[in-house]
Design a protein around this ligand. Sequence first.
Ligand code: SF4
Length: 766
Amino acid sequence: MRKLPKRTYNDELYRDEWQWQEGDLTVTRNCQWSGPGCHEGCGVLHYTDKEGRVVRIEGDPKSPVYNGRLCMRCMAVPEAMYNKMRVTNPLKRAGERGENKWEEITWDEAYAIIEENAKRLSAAYGPKTIAVLQGTGRNTSWQAAAIANVAYQTPNLMFGFLAGDSCYVPRLVGMSSVAGDASIMDCAQMFEDRYDNPRYVVPEICIVWGNNPIISNGDGFMGHWIVDLMRMGTELIVIDPRLTWMAGMAKHWLRVRPGTDGALALAMIDVIIKEDLYDHEFVDCWCYGFDQLKERAAEFPLDVAEHITTIPADLIQAAARDYAKAKPAAVQWGLALDQQKHGLGANHAIQALWAITGNVDVPGGNILVTSGYIQADVRTTFQWDVPEAYARLGNAESKLRAQGMDNSAATEILIKALETGEPYPVKMIHCTSSNTFANMGAEAERVYKAMLNAEFIVVSDLYLTPTAVGTADVFLPVAMSAERKGVRGWWAPIRAINKVSDYANTKSDEEIALDIGRRMNPEAFPWKTLEEMWDDIMNNLQSANFDDGEPFSYDNLQKRTYRYEVFEYKKYEKGLLRADGLPGFNTPTGRLELWCTTLNSCDLEPLPYFEEPSPSPFSTPDYASEYPLILTTGHRSWEFFHSEHRNLRSMREFHPWPLVDIHPDTAVKYGIKEGDWVLIENHRGSAKEICRLNPSMDPGVVSAEHGWWFPEREAALPELYGVFESNINMLTPSTDVGPSGLAAPYSTQMCRISKVEGYVPPEISL
Ligand code: SF4
């Protein structure tokens, strides 16, 4: 394997300080880790003028993590910051919900209304009557938890109506159950000198599974790291129903039928075991349940797997052989595995693949990163003692949840509570940076109607979204990255977020948590200022073991921009994973559990498994005769992050309308041409999107975008920005979750399509 040449820099252009002056502009090395953007929190240079306005943003070429890369979404940050939709003051609803009539109020007035309602409803129904909903990842996660569990003292913290917590949580819970820790593909991200680090080995093969990482950059993983590795010789196996850019560059592209990944992984395991390509030493010393896995995998011989997955048997065999023979090899997996009902069975199977091939915690394999969630340490700073924790919505239905393997409440039970008052009434919702029924919420209109049953709703966000206009009683305007002081503490390295700009009267999520916390539970929020709170949080970090040995402080982090931790490979051999300091994994058996004791103790299937999706052409043929096409949802685009960016003119110029990918033969069959509006419908509802012909698709599968609303349309009801017109979650189920309560079938529904005649959407006037 060859290495990339060392980078050289023109030091006049690329400085080392965290802040410097260029003419009239101040340049600050920073981390872009709030909306709009994505999970990644890339290293950027913010250029501010004398008035403190961010006038330019560039990738930080000296960022060891991102090397100056910047997507078009982040290039548009100044446009997003000074967008005419931004809200400059807290708002109180002045008309009926959905009328979009607001009165500007002060922060104190807003907090007083929130405090009065929260205390009144808590006194009447208990704190559990408050549900706190958060958006995806980023710099609102621990803050939402602090607002829920510490300020309001409710156990009911969850994603914004995301069925089955089906974004990364199923994979995280699967990894903690099976291996005791989270894993991530090793792209040398744990080292400041990256690929030059002598301990690093470039993988020979990388499987990109259900993921389009150069667009999504999800879960702390930057897709361009794989591009770096490709330039050094790594070959790809891509498993995806669509021909992504990476699939086009791959040695093998396995066009999997949506929802059948578990069968594919088990078939690959079967090939590897039968052809004796597995790592005997790792299996003998460190795995538990190999014989049972072998039996389970034998249920998926190649001909069976071909029938289930629609991938030719010889291709499955070749991919299995190449992956097993490569030393090392890695898997980068994605959301598609969480968005199928039996995703936990599939993710267990994929973990078994990397385990039996000896790719666990080795250079260039799938590494265990115990400090992946340094921000969870923030919890040690607070009195994280939720009085009604036992009553979390969904605990009764899921032993996994009740055992604390998943700290979120269950969306499907929240919907029931809002609709029926059972198991108990939920009277207040505090929604932080989550555009619930425009984005995550399956059965979108049902979610909207259920929310309206809450007596009091707070929404904090950047803009007045459909969720805010439709449901909020109080709206809190939130600061963006350049307007916040903080720390990005999700995966390593830890990074400074510097406040370089103010926008009107907005506040960061941590300021909001502190302000509400001081009113609701003052003993748990003793700090007078945000700075005091941050200092305490920093000094309480437990899991950080910094490689420079210096104590933690914000100043130190700000000067260095990044801080790395001591990192070891093969931690299971060195006693670095378990609290007792013994060698082994942090599981009950001390081994990586192919037969999982934790899942078994929760009455769940202890082995990797596959179950046919329902509906599907095989499991529900009658339904399939009415809705003959498999509908997969959620593929990403360069311009948008979930429901964000629809109000940015530059992004809409590139991508004006929602797109559904359809095979040309299928389009002809239904009288549809490229560019036609298409009605996608099933028994739950329908959505309109524009046809994009995609010859790479299986003719029996269509792939529709999610997250669409139209900020150019009327905000007030009945339009509500047209949020239910092209909303693919009108067709997805909110309550059909996996047996553990985790994972939901967003990507495995069925539908029919037809041409929409004569539809002319309103002009995009942003
Ligand atoms: S949108 Fe692109 S540049 Fe911005 S944080 Fe995400 S990966 Fe980084």
